[in-house]
Design a protein around this ligand. Structure first.
Ligand code: T1G
Length: 694
């Protein structure tokens, strides 16, 4: 079909003819975002089709990696340029000749809305479709909330609009979103379909469909049932409810009125702080992949086989990331029973995923088939990347790296999964510090998306580039961190935990502190998190050495959920309740310290735990331990569940106002005593009225 495509025009939209079919092509890399020039070009192309008798049908397609991937997010917040996207979609739908959407890649957001404006939709097998606007704190604002339920049904529309998840071409076909799935030359098939339907009238307009709405009219409870079923997931977010309301309007009102509701709901979201934070975060997570101060053309090293030392919880979880990406793993343990236990848990985890229908039995076998468990440490010599996940103790790490230095092949990357320790010190125990890097996975390593790539003083640029590229392959979001105690995430966790514990001594309860954090939008508070992770993590294990509340709990075996007792008591379904025993322990420490309990208000808890985190984040920035403020936000959203509708600690601080943050910290400075010192950068920025993230 190469003869049909003319030379590219200046506009990203070009048109060409194949017989009596007008082919409209968008060439707007990297994702054919529907920027102003694309929108103008599409309207012009429809006018061209209308104005030429010889044209009987139209195909709309895209060059490059994907069909339109949505509105151009970089245009948001700027003065609007006509035509609006809804106008473009209406122009397509009101064309007097049939318009076929030829979909490949990811037809997302406004891209799917353009396809819904077309009269027919054809897709290649591996295409994906979705309306991810909710992830930007928005809703499909170009008729999507009105057309989608009419074409795919209300339940499907609710699920797609509120999750933002992509659906496969097959799933889309089954839902009626796509008329045909094809293999091979998409343009050819699209032109053939256009020829087939050229004389069919009336044209099938999505906005005029009504059949699939009736089911919801007969069962109006569908909306509240959907709200209830998703209440936990949507907690704190504004956009999901707005999406539901827009779909409700599609059912209750004629199309022309429903789109007005959609527009009003869209503008309401766009004006709010949540969508600004979530749009900021969309770019923040992409910026995190950019590594500063390395040569532009640094090439990654080849990684064909990965070695993992330690088949415990972390080693097993880390291994699964690579196995799932089709990368062979040699996993080493010191004892057969530990090795068997570790590989057994990996298989069990895969089987649990398969039981949920998220992978097939053969994929489980495929992944496990790439695993080479061994007691022979020297087998690591065949690996291109070796990750140690041994006990979090410096002398043990140094001993392991010393051994690796002797057997690992030249050019192999030696990585530590340490969550706190000094990577430079570990690197110094080898003759090849340039090959040493930290790869800090978060537990459970096969689930949590965050990966901190800890850049040692001597870590070579290509080691960093390799780590960043690999992180994408294993579906992680990686952030480069400098060498300091706790890197970025855990370093900010420390002042939060210190102040949270002091608040208990001063009169707060674990429930109060945790409630404030959960109401803020965190998945859990500091004490719920301690009970989940384990109160005994990092404990010195001497039951006679009781220096703080945590020591006291650990000494009594109150190690958290796994022992049905920690900062809370737990029933056999792990439901928490306030613990009288913990209250006694707190009161005992309080009286020993001569502290009289006082009423502590929620605002103080925010200032002493969340504001101090912002202050620590500012120190991380001023010390160069993070490349940019937005990286800190990526760490906290992906590593600890910071509510993305607040953008992350640094974005939230900007929204609060740095002056307010400084004032709040000044109010608490005396109570925090020597545990606290102001970040100079924070004071400076607050003084100048500057922001961290924009
Ligand atoms: N607008 C502008 N730039 C975009 C973009 C978009 N929609 N999508 C991606 N980019 C940039 C991205 O910043 C990066 O830039 C490069 O493209 C490659 O992206 C009215 C209001 C399509 C699945 O939310 O999900 O339509 O870093 O690294 O991994 O109803 O990009 O190279 O400079 O992600 O191959 C709805 C968002 C918009 C889709 C490709 N659409 N994009 O993933 O590449 S709102 C979205 C994605 C809307 C209407 C509403 C992914 C992708 P740089 P990438 P990828």
């Amino acid at each position: 079909m190469t003869d049909i495509l003319d030379k590219p025009a200046t506009s990203p939209i070009s048109t060409s003819r194949h017989g009596d079919v007008l082919i409209v092509t968008s060439n707007n890399p990297p994702v054919n975002a529907l920027g102003a020039a694309v929108r103008q070009g599409l309207v012009a192309a429809i006018e061209e089709a209308e104005g030429d008798e010889a044209i009987k049908a139209v195909v709309i397609r895209c060059e490059g990696q994907t069909f339109f991937a949505g509105a151009d997010i970089t245009e948001f917040g700027k003065p609007p340029v006509m035509p609006w996207l809804p106008t473009v979609v209406d122009a397509i739908e009101n064309c007097s000749k049939p318009v076929v959407a030829a979909i490949h890649g990811t037809a997302l957001g406004g891209g799917l809305e353009v396809a819904l404006g077309c009269h027919y939709r054809i897709a290649v097998k591996d295409a994906k479709l979705g309306v991810p606007e909710v992830k930007l704190g928005l809703l499909p604002g170009a008729g999507g909330t009105q057309r989608l339920p009419r074409v795919a049904g209300v339940q499907k529309a609710l699920e797609m609009c509120t999750s933002g998840a992509m659906v496969s071409a097959k799933d889309a076909y089954d839902a009626g979103l796509v008329d045909r799935i094809v293999e091979g030359e998409l343009v050819q098939h699209a032109v053939a379909l256009a020829e087939e339907v050229r004389d069919i009238r009336p044209l099938p307009k999505s906005s005029e469909r009504d059949d699939k709405l009736q089911a919801a009219r007969d069962n109006p409870a569908i909306f509240d049932e959907f709200r209830k079923a998703n209440a936990k997931k949507f907690r704190g977010f504004e956009a999901p409810e707005a999406n539901i309301k827009a779909v409700e309007a599609a059912v209750a009102k004629p199309y022309a009125e429903g789109v007005i509701d959609e527009r009003n709901l869209f503008m309401g979201l766009m004006a709010g702080t949540q969508s600004k934070a979530q749009q900021y975060f969309f770019f923040a997570e992409r910026k995190a992949a950019k590594i500063e101060n390395i040569p532009e053309d640094t090439q990654p090293r080849v990684v064909k086989r990965v070695g993992v030392i330690g088949a415990g919880t972390m080693g097993g979880g880390i291994s699964m990331n690579f196995l799932s990406a089709g990368i062979p793993v040699t996993i080493v343990e010191m004892a057969q029973d530990a090795l068997d236990r570790g590989t057994g848990i990996m298989r069990k985890n895969y089987e649990a995923t398969a039981a949920k229908g998220r992978m097939t039995a053969e994929q489980v076998e495929q992944a496990m088939g790439l695993l080479n468990p061994t007691l022979d440490f020297d087998k690591l010599a065949e690996c291109d990347l070796i990750i140690e996940a041994v006990f979090e103790q410096m002398d043990i790490k140094k001993e392991v790296f010393g051994r690796l230095d002797k057997i690992a092949k030249q050019g192999a990357i030696l990585a530590s999964n340490t969550s706190y320790l000094n990577v430079d010190e570990i690197a110094a125990s080898t003759s090849r510090p340039q090959d040493v890097v930290g790869l800090h996975f978060f537990s459970p390593a096969n689930v949590m998306k965050l990966l901190e790539i800890v850049r040692g003083a001597k870590t070579a640029p290509d080691v960093l580039v390799t780590a960043m590229q690999l992180s994408k392959r294993i579906k992680k979001v990686a952030v480069v961190a400098g060498v300091c105690h706790g890197f970025i995430g855990n370093r900010m966790l420390m002042p939060r935990q210190v102040e949270a514990t002091k608040l208990l001594l001063e009169g707060a309860t674990p429930e109060q502190v945790d409630r404030v954090h959960v109401e803020f939008g965190m998945p859990m508070g500091p004490f719920q998190m301690a009970d989940l992770a384990g109160v005994d993590i990092g404990w010195h294990r001497d039951p006679n050495r009781i220096e703080n509340i945590r020591d006291a709990l650990a000494a009594e075996g109150r190690w958290g959920q796994k022992k049905q007792a920690g900062f809370y008591d737990y029933d056999d379904k792990r439901r928490p309740s306030p613990s009288p025993r913990v209250q006694e322990i707190i009161e005992d420490f309080r009286s020993k310290a001569g502290i009289t309990a006082r009423q502590i208000d929620d605002e103080e808890i925010v200032e002493r735990t969340l504001y101090t985190m912002v202050n620590e984040g500012a120190k991380i920035l001023e010390e160069g331990m993070a490349q940019r403020a937005s990286d800190i936000d990526v760490v906290w959203v992906y590593g600890y569940g910071w509510p993305v509708y607040r953008g992350g600690p640094m974005c939230w601080a900007d929204t609060e106002g740095l002056g307010k943050i400084v004032e709040g910290l000044k109010r608490q400075e005396e109570r925090m005593g020597s545990d606290f010192s102001f970040s100079k950068l924070l004071l400076e920025k607050a003084d100048k009225g500057e922001k961290f993230t924009r």
